[in-house]
Ligand binder design. Sequence first.
Ligand code: ZN
Ligand code: FE
Length: 269
Amino acid sequence: MAVLRQQSAMENRHGPLTVVQLPCLQDNYAFLLKDEGSGTVATVDTPDADAIGAALNERGWGLDLILNTHWHPDHTGGNEALKARFGAHIVGPAGEDDRIPGRDRAVVDGDQVAFGGLNAQVLETPGHTKGHIVFHFADQKVGFVGDTLFSLGCGRLFEGTPAQMWTSLGKLRAMPPETVLYCAHEYTAANAKFALSLEPDHAPLKERAAEIERLRAEGQPTVPMTLSQELQTNPFLRADDPALAASVGLRGAAPTDVFADVRRRKDEF
Ligand code: ZN
Ligand code: FE
């Protein structure tokens, strides 16, 4: 998307955690993290080693840590080059077997990853891939959700079942609603069209869709988003909401079945 390429990096502060959001490739985001207390720097995923390397250089930052969410090449493609150039230590999901290039530490659900003076908890969220993980900085109320959750969407089920993904999304729904979520793709405008096709009269969704249209027209990102916003508007987080079930003709059905139906509709949209 040409519009996205024109976007420049955006910087957010969450207490001691600085997050630089860097547009990469077609529609990916890379996230550079700095713990302001210790000066430690990390990246969540490595879509583009050159773009990430240039952004680090611009700031005079090194790279201590690479945090991978899943094995797909648009998330790990820069691992080896960035490790060679900066000596970064690579933390990635154990559940992806040997598909994380250069991985130094394999993590599982409940593991803690120290990042300078800060700490990220690992949540396993299988569905998009079988070993996908999310990094939750609970003290800062920030989550890096990779391709598990998108704004108004969720990842395609390449390696998991709808039931698995619904369980995975349940772990995100359990975070405090004010949690700020960084997802790995700018898919929001297309997701909004799909969500509106299911629930054209859902007021919070209509409002959010208008906001998204305005942001994209200005070349602004729609990421990050808050969990509370997603809980109200994202159909994939609302499979247990009777209104959403009714909108797909599944009144009274189990949430897993509603979720599976919504995911199938999106694949065909
Ligand atoms: Zn992916
Ligand atoms: Fe991806």
